[in-house]
Design a protein around this ligand. Structure first.
Ligand SMILES: C[S@@+](CC[C@H](N)C(=O)[O-])C[C@H]1O[C@@H](n2cnc3c(N)ncnc32)[C@H](O)[C@@H]1O
Length: 247
């Protein structure tokens, strides 16, 4: 099985923007999500697992200062091209937990970890390290927003394990989801490109974390984060926390 980093390098990075565009303009959806969660009122933002910049681009358009972290060079290059040299953008190619832990005295108003990035971490220990480190790097009253899929109760048999992701005249993509144990889900992406020589299918699998929302809220509480809002929309859980002043 690939690591999450290898999976993006070998398969997903090249098709990721295409796969999410089939549900509508991703930057418009991201801008709406940020507005609905009251997150457009700050100045300094850190986006952990920024990808091609679905959330970064509307933040830049709103005049915000943004640091975007991602371990995938191809997605960061797409973001850099779309932002076309925006002076208020800093890009970092790094593991997001390592980046936060090495961030010295830096402080942000809002830290984002959206689009199911959290479940790509390789253990719940790293999730707890991310939360603890995020608290240290938030200004007092600063907010941490997490958007992820809670697959802790996921079960599927037979054909129900195959999820259609996106399809057009050039390509189709499915995802095979298989619980490994209580902690991990095996995700196999199946991408078929229509080429001049005929269809060409590529597969790659990696592990995602199964994180129960109640457990995540509990870990966050222990680090000094207060839950401000919790919402589930089409299988995606959105949590916004605030750093307590005393922490
Ligand atoms: C599902 S995408 C979400 C992208 C974006 N946040 C969004 O909402 O569209 C996950 C992103 O996180 C990045 N990623 C996953 N694990 C990471 C890690 N440990 N360190 C840095 N980037 C990571 C991937 O390269 C990918 O760009």
């Amino acid at each position: 099985m690939n690591s999450a980093e290898q999976h993006y390098e070998q398969l997903l990075a090249r098709v990721y923007a295409w796969s999410v565009a089939s549900a509508g303009d991703p930057t418009e959806r991201a801008e709406r999500w940020l507005r609905e969660h009251g997150l457009l009122d700050a100045e300094r933002y850190l986006d952990l697992g920024a990808g091609f910049g679905a959330h970064v681009l509307p933040l830049l358009a709103a005049g915000k200062q943004v640091t975007a972290v991602d371990f995938n060079a191809e997605l960061l290059a797409q973001l850099a091209a779309a932002a076309s040299g925006a002076p208020r953008l800093s890009l970092a190619r790094a593991d997001l937990v390592d980046y936060l832990e090495a961030s010295g005295e830096s402080r942000w108003d809002v830290i984002l970890c959206l689009g199911d990035t959290l479940t790509h971490l390789d253990s719940t220990d790293r999730v707890e390290r991310l939360l603890a480190s995020a608290v240290r790097h938030l200004k007092p009253e600063g907010r941490l927003a997490i958007g992820y899929r809670d697959s802790s109760e996921f079960q599927a048999e037979g054909l129900a394990r195959f999820v259609p992701v996106a399809s057009d005249h050039t390509r189709s993509m499915h995802c095979l989801l298989e619980p490994i144990d209580a902690t991990y889900l095996r995700v196999t992406d199946i991408v078929t490109d229509v080429t001049a020589e005929g269809p060409r299918t590529r597969l790659s699998d990696y592990r995602k974390l199964r994180i129960a929302c109640a457990a995540l809220i509990g870990w966050a509480g222990h680090t000094g984060l207060q839950l401000l809002s919790q919402q589930v929309d089409r299988g995606m859980t959105s949590l916004v926390f605030r750093r307590l002043r005393a922490t």
